[in-house]
Design a protein around this ligand. Structure first.
Ligand SMILES: [Cu+2]
Length: 286
């Protein structure tokens, strides 16, 4: 019996051909993606955390490209060879209960998961200081050395910032020094907001009564954007700041000095610095 007449053999030879086509295509495309696409992945390299996340995105992309190509090669192969030729014959060998395919499928997915889980856990909890996501009030991954504490207060509909090491002053603008670990304590005065500085790879829920800590070390001076990433009411869309700044240490000292002077008359009206605030019930409807 020829291989055409034996469905098992036909299956195997199609499988081999698909495998070799995939091997060639993936062998060419994957290195090209790794070389020319991954350097341009978000969120860039404006902070240690952004750099870290870009590395994670690069690895995941390089992992997924051969998988996607496997699907694409299979589909195109089927379009060409398994189309209905109108001669009444079955259009392809039936693939049902194929142990070899099943076993390789299970081994392949297990290997990927066995790599991704420890890798992700390491990136999250390892000494590389997490990946820029918020960790609640007691962070597991903490950065090396001294940190500058800055509080982010979400409120309808803006973010304000307090600097406890400078008398707890409150500012409208977020300015942080470059090359220094900043410990952001994110909270809210009212509804849920989400503090999102995409360029620095930071995202933290701002929740009333909660102190959500996230660390960042900006690698170069420049401006970055802040958005509220949680629908928080009528003017949610207005909760953005296009010119939050990373500045050199000396410039930061000058700026914080100016802010301290601006705060002189204001400090008496501010509540003492705390990690959470509750709105006072000035009025409660009956
Ligand atoms: Cu908001």
């Amino acid at each position: 019996m020829s291989s055409d007449g034996d469905p098992d053999r036909a299956e195997i030879s199609h499988g081999r051909r698909i495998f070799f086509i995939w091997l060639i295509v993936a062998g060419i495309v994957t290195p090209l993606v790794a070389l020319f696409v991954t350097p341009y992945l978000p969120p860039g390299d404006a902070s240690v955390q952004a750099n870290n996340q870009q590395g994670i995105n690069a690895i995941l992309l390089v992992l997924v490209v051969p998988i996607i190509l496997g699907c694409v090669v299979y589909v195109f192969y089927s379009f060409v060879l398994f189309r209905d030729r109108g001669d009444g014959r079955p259009d392809s060998p039936v693939l049902r209960g194929n142990r070899r395919v099943t076993v390789w499928w299970i081994i392949g997915t297990c290997l990927i998961v066995a790599f991704v889980v420890p890798y992700g856990t390491w990136q999250w909890m390892g000494p590389g200081v997490g990946s820029g996501s918020a960790q609640g009030p007691k962070p597991i991954a903490t950065p090396p050395g001294e940190t500058l504490e800055v509080q982010v207060i979400g409120q309808q509909w803006q973010f304000t910032y307090r600097y406890p090491s400078f008398g707890g002053i409150e500012t409208q603008e977020l300015v942080i020094p470059e090359d220094q670990y900043v410990e952001l304590h994110v909270t809210s005065l009212d509804v849920n907001h989400s503090f999102w500085a995409v360029g620095l790879a930071l995202k933290a829920d701002a929740v009333n009564g909660a102190d959500n800590v996230v660390f960042v070390s900006a690698t170069r001076a420049g401006e970055f954007k802040i958005r509220c990433a949680e629908l928080c009411g009528l003017w949610h869309g207005e909760m953005y700041q296009n010119d939050a700044r990373v500045v050199p240490e000396a410039e930061f000292q000058t700026w914080i000095q100016q802010q301290t002077e601006l705060n002189e008359g204001l400090l008496a009206y501010l509540p003492p610095y705390a990690h959470i605030y509750y709105p006072q019930p000035f009025y409660r409807g009956d």
